[in-house]
Design a protein around this ligand. Structure first.
Ligand code: UN1
Length: 496
């Protein structure tokens, strides 16, 4: 059967790549299921897309923000109507279970309604001038053409975190979806077009980082870059963008700790640990990848966690009852496998899982057994480096202070969690955990769109998605209006 051929979207037209090259979008749970072929784009395609976005900016920036917002609101409504179809396609293209892909589409719906409200805010300030009969204010201006490079793990939600605030602010966009998940971005963008986004305002170039991502970052007409992905790639993008003084928003890795105190509700912590570590097959930048256990509850908690992890139903996320889907591709399987070996070599113990699942019914996909690693010390690589798979490391501690120290002892700082019923400790953790997000009595995942999302240290460079994104997609302009009919020299005519 011929596969459906998807095209780039450039200036409102669906076009093949200039080179004619394509790549396939393959279901990680069943490699015989091909979702379609997509253009493998290069610098020429990027140049066409940027030119279209630049042209569209001239008119889009003048559309009143509340009108731009109405289009986003309509897109939210259409996404809600299409939720089930888009969730199913997303499970097929990247593997996570249907309940979670429904959640991913829902997050884009939430973002649409949240950002639509911003269209009637976008507030600036007014302030008295130091001179008589002079008015002063600050206004938010769009940045221009924004380049976006998106990850595969939240293939509709994360593009929506980027596109919607950029659009409501009056920018035009060129987005490169992750090569593993272009279809969900196409579905999102098609919905925006159906809702009324004019031609050229959003452009898609699908393809790979070196061929399509790099020219987008470097194109002189692209005024800002928003990237979500690994710290290794983010570092390169940050440097290249900064060389041209482009603002760049980087959302990157995590090694997120959950601390379980001796006074915690252990059943609640157990449920949280399973969801945080193995939800999305551990492929979230916010995934719970370290569980810090107070010595007095460590043995009991470990035994229960291992039993529950071993019993998780792994399989095709479209099937009823499946709790953990495949990893997105064989590279991710290789990374999980590598880190299990590194952990063992450093003296940690594999308590369950630890290997790829290759026998029937797993033979046609990229599956990895939910893995719990015990006897981990804070200096081991498995305690410090991101795996991005269904692999969780258990570390024991004696005191609350020691737990905070271990949690903070890594290079990343995205999400953290404390399970305790001691309110003083909860407030201390909220203050002292070095991370952009702290949960109390909930796992490290589950961010809501109207709060700031982002990290500290090697997780990010200080920008925020969700609440805070408008700050990235607008630039302040100061406006002075003199109605005195005289030349008034600031700092001079009004000086003593
Ligand atoms: C990610 O971890 O890659 O907070 C994004 C969450 C989701 C978004 C996660 N709302 O778990």
């Amino acid at each position: 059967m011929a596969h459906k051929q998807y095209q780039n979207l450039i200036g409102g037209q669906w076009l093949p790549s200039v080179s004619g090259k394509t790549f396939q979008n393959i279901n990680p749970a069943d490699h015989s299921d091909i979702l379609g072929t997509f253009p493998s784009s290069n610098a020429e395609d990027v140049a066409l897309a940027v030119a279209a976005a630049k042209k569209a900016f001239a008119t889009w920036r003048l559309v009143p923000a509340p009108k731009r917002a109405e289009i986003l609101y309509r897109a939210g409504q259409l996404l809600a109507e299409r939720k089930e179809q888009f969730a199913r396609e997303m499970t097929r293209e990247m593997g996570k279970v249907l309940a979670e892909t429904r959640g991913d589409v829902q997050e884009a719906i939430d973002e649409a309604y949240y950002v639509a409200g911003e269209g009637r805010r976008l507030f600036g300030q007014t302030t008295p001038s130091e001179l008589a009969n002079k008015f002063a204010m600050s206004v938010r201006m769009p940045v221009g053409v924004v380049g976006m490079i998106a990850p595969w793990n939240f293939p509709m939600a994360i593009p929506s975190w980027k596109l919607f605030p950029a659009l409501v602010s009056g920018n035009t966009c060129v987005i490169k979806p992750a090569e593993d998940t272009p279809l969900s971005t196409y579905n999102l963008v098609q919905t925006l077009i159906d809702a009324g986004v004019p031609a050229g305002v959003i452009n898609i170039v699908s393809g790979f980082g070196p061929e399509a991502g790099a020219p987008l970052v470097e194109h002189p007409d692209v005024r800002a870059i928003s990237f979500t992905g690994s710290s290794a790639v983010g570092s390169i993008i940050g440097q290249r963008a900064s060389a041209n003084f482009k603002p760049v928003s980087l959302e990157m890795g995590g090694k997120n700790a959950m601390i379980v105190m001796d006074d915690a509700n252990l059943e609640l912590a157990l449920e949280g640990a399973l969801w945080g570590a193995f939800g999305t097959t551990g492929q979230r930048c916010t995934a719970t990848s370290r569980i810090l256990l107070h010595k007095s509850i460590a043995a009991e908690f470990t035994q229960k966690l291992v039993a529950r992890a071993a019993a998780l139903k792994v399989g095709n996320g479209l099937e009823e009852g499946i709790e953990v889907g495949p990893q997105v591709n064989s590279d991710q399987i290789a990374t999980s496998t590598k880190y299990v070996a590194i952990a063992e070599a450093e003296g940690a113990k594999i308590l369950t899982g630890g290997k790829a699942l290759t026998e029937a019914p797993y033979a046609n996909g990229t599956f990895f057994a939910p893995t719990v690693i015990g006897s981990v010390t804070p200096s081991m690589r498995i305690a410090r480096e991101e795996v991005f798979g269904p692999v969780v490391a258990l570390i024991e501690f004696n005191t609350f202070e020691e737990a905070i120290e271990i949690a903070n002892s890594i290079d990343y700082g995205l999400s953290t969690s404390l399970y305790s019923r001691d309110v003083n400790r909860a407030f201390t953790a909220m203050r002292d955990l070095e991370a952009g997000i702290t949960y109390i009595n909930a796992p490290t995942i589950g961010a809501e769109v109207h709060l700031p999302f982002g990290g500290v240290k090697q997780t990010g460079n200080g920008h925020r998605e969700g609440n805070g994104a408008i700050d990235f997609y607008t630039i302040w302009k100061a406006v002075y209006f003199d109605y005195s009919d005289t030349l008034q020299r600031a700092q001079i005519d009004n000086a003593e």
